[in-house]
Design a protein around this ligand. Structure first.
Ligand code: WTA
Length: 639
């Protein structure tokens, strides 16, 4: 039997239902770092501080902590208090003393098929040079630096350079646009912005520098702009403010001391969407975040020196921060970074990359899988994907059809899928399989070591098996965000007040009889569109910024590939007519202010919106109506 027909036969045998368990193969078990999940889980549950202290010992500290966990000022927990540390020392400096300095850190492929590889030693040199550049621009410990770039190696270089000198990076995803960027620059008070002249995505050029210029008009606090040349196209230039990356790097020294930080010093802030129109910046620290991301990567992806690991997310989101930049480098891994779109120029682009570089671990979002699944299995079949040994999924629930396709046609029915549930707020994986965990398609399985998760009802009582409730976390963990930058009250309010003493995730979930967790989705006004996190309120405020719009409501409706699609309802100001042209103009307007990912699928003009007596838009009513479903309890509806 040929490999192909064997695969087909296996595919036919697999019928997915929620009770079927997929046990790991003997080969997977044989090489797994953690073979007995239960024993270590029990140990971590009984002795969480000892468990995390032992993990922290695997990293290098300038000075040891005095206390593993300080919970004297809840919910502002502190980890490894008094420890002297820098994550960059662990991501780069310590590899300079071993053979790993000559190991490849990143293999990069541009959408135009250009290629680069960079060793740990070369990466370290570039980071040192850019750290010196930042210093020469006046950046000091604690200062925020906004990074708005495409997927180039210089993005991690800029992040690491900030962390090396103790500056706090704030990466804004390159798919965001003027208003989103301006708001984040202002909120973080960044005087330095690092960007690119442009980026190649899906065969087009994203004019990053143009967007940055427009954003700075709204956020004139920016004094210096560093521009990395990627496209070479003509761009606007402000003398004195703008500097080419390559000009500044030319004279920068490749030697730079890594700043000795306190474990609890801020490493980065990252903006994410919540239920209000104002995005919030979650703050992560050097010590706890490092220990947590390092450990989760080691145990879940079982990363080994001979691996070639590819996380296909964008470095500008938390997945990229944790699992493209920091955790892989701390683990001394070789990672792939691909610049462009998954189906460019053909729907086998991802599979050709897996084959070309012999990728062993592939980590991506269900939306990516669903998008490529549409083109059919003949595309992955064109390529030898036998190097793969583990797969990963993140960002939204993976539906059984996509799971099955990924498992069979990408993983050759031999690679377990690590369906990792976590959030910007959690820093790293929270509910996740390990390679040895028997899998159920669509379930993220069990809490990671030391994580106490519970699904509860409105009153905070655990729900019986199989019943839906709210996902909460009962005990602190080292990778948790420490606060919302500049707004500690909002941090307490959003995450710690609904169930006092517990972290509220904003997700609904259920736990089955075997203790497996099934994530259902958000219970707040947060949407996942193509795995990206957006707030309905942000889309609404983008619409209202158009002169024709008096009021707007945005909802998410199920979408086959993107998970959610944004539908909007608009009340026009007097004197405007709801023509198809205006609807299209409004769609484009949202794309322009927020970014193309937020562009609504549909703009519908209405005379009224369903509201509560206190004036809150009842999005669930709009949602039910749009889907032709029962509208539920309408007692709070005003009319
Ligand atoms: C959702 C992404 C189901 C969830 C790392 C969460 C998931 C939100 C999964 C956080 C998963 C993430 N299964 N849902 N494996 N992973 N989510 O902050 O709703 O961009 O609350 O972090 O994504 O999104 P964020």
């Amino acid at each position: 039997m040929s490999d192909q027909s064997q695969l087909q036969a296996q595919a036919a045998e697999i019928s997915i239902d929620h009770k079927t368990l997929y046990p790991p193969s003997p080969e997977v078990v044989a090489r797994a770092r953690i073979k007995d999940r239960d024993t270590l889980s029990k140990f971590a549950a009984d002795h969480p501080e000892q468990f995390w202290a032992e993990r922290a010992e695997e990293l290098e500290w300038y000075g040891k902590w005095e206390k593993v966990l300080d919970d004297s000022n809840k919910p502002f927990f502190k980890w490894f208090v008094g420890g002297k540390f820098n994550i960059v020392h662990n991501a780069l400096d310590r590899h300079m003393k071993t053979w790993r300095k000559n190991k490849v850190a990143y293999i990069w492929q541009g959408e135009d098929f250009s290629e680069r590889q960079i060793s740990y030693a070369d990466l370290n040199r570039e980071v040192c040079r850019f750290a010196n550049v930042l210093k020469s621009l006046g950046v000091k410990k604690g200062d925020r630096v906004t990074i708005y770039m495409g997927r180039v190696i210089e993005l991690p270089i800029a992040m690491l350079a900030c962390a090396k000198i103790g500056a706090v990076h704030s990466v804004v995803y390159g798919g965001f646009s003027v208003q989103a960027l301006a708001g984040r620059i202002l909120d973080s008070q960044s005087k330095v912005l690092v960007t690119c002249d442009g980026a190649y995505v899906n065969g087009k050029v994203v004019e990053l520098k143009q967007i940055a210029d427009d954003a700075i008009k709204e956020a004139p606090i920016v004094e210096k702009v560093v521009v990395y040349k990627r496209t070479g196209r003509k761009i606007g230039w402000v003398e004195g403010r703008d500097h080419w990356w390559h000009d500044l790097m030319k004279d920068a020294s490749p030697v730079c001391e890594t700043e000795v930080m306190d474990a609890e010093d801020p490493l980065f802030i990252l903006y994410t969407s919540g239920s209000t129109g104002k995005p919030k910046a979650l703050l992560h620290t050097h010590g706890g975040y490092a220990v947590y991301t390092y450990t989760t990567m080691r145990y879940v992806f079982d990363i080994q020196d001979e691996d070639r690991y590819w996380c296909a997310a964008d470095p500008g989101w938390i997945t990229g921060h944790s699992y493209i930049v920091y955790a892989p480098l701390m683990n001394g891994a070789t990672s792939i970074i691909y610049e462009g779109g998954p189906a460019h120029p053909a729907p086998d682009r991802w599979w050709s990359i897996v084959e070309q570089y012999g990728v062993t671990i592939l980590y991506c979002a269900p939306t990516g899988i669903r998008g490529l699944m549409r083109f059919g299995e003949e595309w992955p079949k064109k390529h030898d994907l036998s190097s793969l040994r583990l797969l990963g999924s993140v960002g939204e629930p993976i539906n059984p059809e996509a799971w099955r396709w990924y498992y069979v046609h990408v993983g050759g029915s031999r690679c377990p899928i690590m369906d990792t549930w976590w959030q910007t707020e959690t820093g790293g994986f929270m509910i996740t399989p390990l390679p040895v965990t028997p899998l159920k398609p669509g379930s993220a399985t069990q809490p990671f070591f030391g994580i106490r998760a519970e699904v509860v009802d409105d009153n905070g009582n655990p729900t019986p098996p199989g019943e839906e409730g709210y996902l909460t976390i009962l005990a602190p963990w080292p990778g948790m965000a420490r606060t919302i930058y500049g707004d500690p009250d909002r941090y307490v309010q959003t995450y710690w007040s609904r169930y006092p003493g517990r972290y509220f995730t904003g997700d609904s979930a259920r736990v089955d009889q075997d203790g497996y967790f099934w994530i259902i989705g958000r219970v707040d006004d947060v949407l996942k569109v193509s795995g990206y996190r957006l707030g309905t309120a942000e889309v609404e405020s983008a619409l209202v910024s158009h002169p024709a719009v008096a009021e707007a409501a945005a909802i998410g409706l199920p979408h086959e590939v993107r998970g959610n699609a944004i539908y909007t309802y608009v009340i026009l100001r007097a004197g405007y007519e709801g023509t198809p042209e205006l609807a299209e103009e409004l769609r484009q307007h949202v794309g322009k202010v927020m970014g193309p990912i937020a562009r609504p699928e549909k703009v519908e003009f209405v005379a009224k919106l369903p509201k509560t007596r206190s004036g809150k838009i009842m999005r669930r009513v709009l949602k039910a109506r749009a889907q032709g479903l029962p509208e539920g309890d309408l007692t709070t509806l005003e009319e």
